[in-house]
Design a protein around this ligand. Structure first.
Ligand SMILES: CC(C)(COP(=O)(O)OP(=O)(O)OC[C@H]1O[C@@H](n2cnc3c(N)ncnc32)[C@H](O)[C@@H]1OP(=O)(O)O)[C@@H](O)C(=O)NCCC(=O)NCCS
Length: 174
């Protein structure tokens, strides 16, 4: 198996997989238009031509990127494919000179296995200020913010009372 940059022919399999998990409320849906427009952010796991999974690394600032739309086909699960995709995204972030990668997720323990630390959306204003107000989950966010520092330091532990999920973002301005 290799993890490589996504190609136009991957859009169909990526959308089908993401749609399947989105229908189960396990991740956010992505439109065909979104996948086309952001194809350059996506990496896919490819086993001799068979699509196994994908994720995107989206730069938010010169310092910070979000790992999003991570999905592994259920019949390829628990074989290290998800970790390989995450590590390839982290490597891509390193090559781009970024310092931090985060993910919002319902599977925090998986990200811990990939080296991430539980953080809080409140510590990632670059994300929460720009995207939370228009997120379909804005009134009932149940995602955990997982953060990785690429310089090897461990992000600060959550303080008592820091929100984990369930952050209620403000309404967008009229
Ligand atoms: C979460 C997901 C990406 C994991 O992919 P995977 O290929 O099965 O994961 P891996 O085999 O690489 O697992 C790496 C480690 O994480 C653990 N792990 C995998 N899924 C886990 C889960 N749901 N909860 C806790 N630990 C998990 C594995 O046991 C393994 O641990 P080990 O190092 O002790 O052996 C996959 O199950 C998936 O696509 N889920 C549905 C969509 C989703 O939730 N995406 C995440 C959105 S941010």
């Amino acid at each position: 198996m290799i993890v490589r940059a996504a190609r136009e022919t991957d859009i169909g399999p990526m959308k089908a997989l993401i749609d399947r998990y989105a229908a189960e409320d396990r991740m956010l849906e992505r439109s065909d238009t979104f996948l086309r427009a952001n194809l350059g952010d996506f990496l896919v796991a490819d086993d001799a031509g068979t699509f196994l999974g994908c994720a995107a690394l989206a730069g938010l600032t010169t310092d910070l990127a979000e790992l999003r739309s991570l999905a592994v086909a259920s019949d390829a699960g628990r074989r290290g494919v998800g970790r390989a995709i995450v590590l390839a995204c982290v490597e891509r972030a390193r090559e781009r000179g970024l310092r931090r990668v985060f993910a919002l997720t319902l599977v925090p323990d998986f990200f811990v296995k990939c080296g991430f630390t539980l953080s809080s959306l409140g510590r990632l204003p670059e994300k929460s200020a720009s995207e939370c107000p228009v997120c379909p989950k804005r009134f009932a966010c149940d995602e955990h913010a997982m953060l990785l520092h690429l310089d090897g330091t461990t992000p600060p532990a959550l303080a008592p009372g820091d929100p984990v999920g369930g952050v209620h973002a403000p309404l967008p301005p009229h």
